[in-house]
Write a protein that binds this ligand. Structure first.
Ligand code: AMP
Ligand code: GLY
Length: 405
């Protein structure tokens, strides 16, 4: 099989590492220096938001399956162009990708499908914001409606900060969600769907805040681990039944079947599970911790989903061991970044925001390197990960990823 993989981050590097050994070849657009080092892999320049250009690349390389990594090309409808050109694609249509592209749309689908989630008000004026902020007690949860790379959400006890964030989203032309605060631990459950059947991956936990003890601003994710030895045994089944299937069936009824990863961000509240958010692609950095544990060849799973054959796929097989991922981010992240800093990457590391400059790997993004540790238990994997960290100049990372698990 020949796969075309779109994206250049840590998620794509982890996917490429997992898929390449099972493939005749893998073409990555644009890829990154870590992806370029993998045997069987060729990185090709190109604009992954340009559907016509991606069709051209897929034709040129006689691709059997296209795997779309990030949300932006999905929301832009690149999978629609590829499907119209008869390629098998793992990744939802532009319409179905609105589950991530618009938090208001996600709430609408959840209401129709009776999926448990936080109560929310969708605001388009300052007056509505002021009213909504009075309806829910502190901590306030304020969300930009559109895509914001994990940075559009503010959770704060400070009313002024909540109001200011909401106003600045409105000023930028977005609508704003103000919603009920959900307590309890968060879990990421990534479910694969072919539009009808749902197959869950093993759950992971992500660390969204920049600093230890969940302090500091929200980020795209500063680390992750899998499995979750503490998670309730029936959590996955319950989430598939109460969340994944209702959403997949709702989208099917609406004529926009969902083919790809339905990423369910869940809070385990004292009142039961509640959906915090949906994403429509592999989580980053969850993927770095989940995918290496999958023993079933990943390309087979993604191809079955892309071609509507998940129902016939044998049950997934998992390695019982643990993987802990610690993200090293640039100085200034998630604000103004200092980039172009030389970065040392070990062979086990996943590159997330790197480029080649004068023959050297340098930083070029917010999250730069994901260091992964492996072990029989989460504690062992954690120790392994932290022992191998080689921070670059100005690197920020958390010291409490998977601590106490
Ligand atoms: P989102 O982009 O919706 O996933 O939000 C990013 C992060 O903000 C989540 O992972 C949570 O940690 C936090 N968050 C979002 N919504 C809520 C909520 N309703 N209650 C508590 N925390 C939330
Ligand atoms: N780690 C959260 C995300 O992928 O959006």
């Amino acid at each position: 099989m020949k796969i075309l993989l779109l994206g250049s981050g840590g998620r794509e590097h982890a996917l490429a590492l997992a898929m390449a050994p099972h493939l005749d070849s893998l073409v990555a657009v644009p890829g990154n220096p870590g992806i370029a080092q993998i045997e069987n892999v060729q990185c090709v320049d190109g604009d992954i938001l340009n559907g016509a250009a991606m069709v051209q690349v897929a034709r040129e390389h006689e691709i059997d399956l296209v795997v779309i990594g990030p949300e932006a090309p999905l929301v832009a409808g690149v999978s629609d162009d590829l499907r119209a050109a008869d390629f098998a694609v793992f990744g939802p249509s532009g319409e179905a990708a609105r589950l991530e592209g618009s938090k208001a749309f996600a709430k609408h689908i959840m209401a129709l499908a009776e999926v448990p989630t936080a109560m929310a008000h969708i605001c388009t004026t300052r007056e509505q914001v002021d009213d909504a902020l009075q309806m829910f007690p502190s901590p306030y949860v304020v969300k930009d409606d559109g895509l914001a790379a994990g940075k559009g959400v503010v959770v704060t006890e400070d009313l002024d900060e909540a109001r200011n964030h909401a106003y600045s989203c409105l000023d930028a032309g977005s609508s704003v969600l103000i919603e009920e605060y959900l307590d309890g631990p968060e879990i990421s459950l990534l479910c694969i769907s072919d539009g009808k059947t749902v197959i869950p991956l093993e759950p992971a936990q992500d660390f969204k805040r920049l600093k230890d003890d969940d302090e500091g601003p929200n980020t795209g994710g500063m680390g992750a681990y899998s499995p979750l030895p503490w998670a309730p045994k029936d959590l996955t089944d319950e989430t598939v039944e109460r969340v994944a299937y209702p959403v997949i069936r709702q989208l099917e009824r609406m004529g926009t079947p969902f083919i790809g990863i339905l990423y369910i961000g869940l809070a385990l509240t004292s009142r039961g599970i509640r959906v915090i958010e949906f994403n429509v692609r592999f989580g980053d950095p969850e993927t770095q911790s989940v995918v290496p544990r999958l023993r079933t060849p990943l390309p087979d799973v993604l191809f079955a989903a892309a071609t509507g054959k998940l129902e016939h796929l044998p049950p997934l097989e998992w390695d019982p061991g643990a993987v802990v991922t610690v993200v090293l981010a640039s100085e200034g992240y998630p604000g103004k970044l200092k980039v172009g800093v030389p970065v040392e990457c070990g062979a086990e590391d996943v590159q997330a925001g790197t480029m080649m400059k004068d023959g050297q790997v340098v930083s070029c993004g917010g999250r730069v390197v994901c260091v992964r540790g492996f072990g029989d238990t989460v504690a062992q994997a954690r120790q392994d990960a932290y022992a191998r960290i080689r921070p670059f100049e100005g690197a920020q990372y958390r010291s409490d990823i998977a601590a106490g698990v």
